[in-house]
Design a protein around this ligand. Structure first.
Ligand code: 5GP
Length: 242
């Protein structure tokens, strides 16, 4: 890929144009950031692992009727995706209290959330991705009421499918962040990636609260063995994918 075809470079991926106007190529990098890019580093092989994990999860979701931007993954770090206009909302689904929910509410780490919590954050680094309310989203014109209802329903369905699949892998899906976009035909599609960078994943065979972590919290909290954790997630997915 040459630099002329480069459309956009984000924290974890580079997006290239292709010969087809409605198709883009996402290249997954090893770069890792946390805390709004205040912490930076590299996780060896992360791009390859996350591309493969995302590929399997997008295929699984597509097979269960969730519309996604994924088309095919021609290389180990490359994913062909449908071009979409990203809605600047981070949709977070939480099954168990962790992370910013605990920090902001005082809920104890590990508190089960039933029904799962669906939250919206403004995808805006300069503002620090603030938590939004439904009314703020409408006032800001980020989505319509109908789109919000659709986003909540899609997020809940994605959570049900992924939670069930990860349970088969002996992994608890604690929470995750997804992004959506709108394609040229006005379809609402699941976009971006789903990987240990965007999910909290706990190993069900570990009780120790640090050893059970199989996601980016290992990097955020300097727990070590980050690559090993990501590899472990991929290995379990590969062992359970049909
Ligand atoms: P929290 O709000 O607790 O920090 O994050 C909730 C979930 O969403 C976690 O699984 C976290 O990895 C994911 N998440 C939230 N914001 C971001 C973000 O800006 N980038 C990434 N990669 N994941 C995020």
């Amino acid at each position: 890929m040459n630099s002329e075809q480069k459309r956009y470079e984000g924290k974890a991926k580079i997006i290239y144009a292709t010969n087809e106007p409605e198709v883009l190529l996402a290249y997954f990098k090893d770069d890792a950031t946390a805390f709004n890019a205040q912490k930076r580093g590299e996780i060896v092989d992360k791009g390859r692992i996350n591309c493969q994990i995302s590929t399997h999860l997008f295929r699984l979701l597509e097979a269960k009727g969730i519309p996604t931007h994924w088309i095919e993954s021609p290389g180990e770090r490359e994913m062909k995706v449908r071009s979409v206009e990203i809605i600047p909302l981070e949709v977070v689904v939480r099954n168990i209290a962790a992370g910013s929910l605990c920090r902001q509410t005082g809920l104890a780490l590990g508190t089960p959330l039933q029904p799962p919590l669906v939250e919206f954050y403004f995808k805006n680094d300069a503002l620090g991705d603030p938590l939004l309310t439904r009314d703020r989203i409408l006032v800001m014109g980020l989505a319509t009421e109908a789109q919000l209802a659709q986003l909540i329903q899609l997020a809940q369905s994605i959570n049900a499918i992924l939670s069930d699949f990860f349970r088969q892998c002996r992994i608890t899906l604690v929470d995750f962040k997804v992004e959506f976009g709108i394609d040229a035909q006005q379809n609402l599609l699941l976009a971006d990636e789903i990987s240990p960078d965007t999910c909290r994943l706990w190993d069900q065979s570990e009780v120790d609260i640090n050893r059970r972590i199989l996601d980016k919290d290992r990097f955020r909290q300097d727990l070590g063995q980050v690559e090993e954790a990501y590899q472990q997630v991929l290995a379990r997915i590969l062992a359970h994918i049909s």
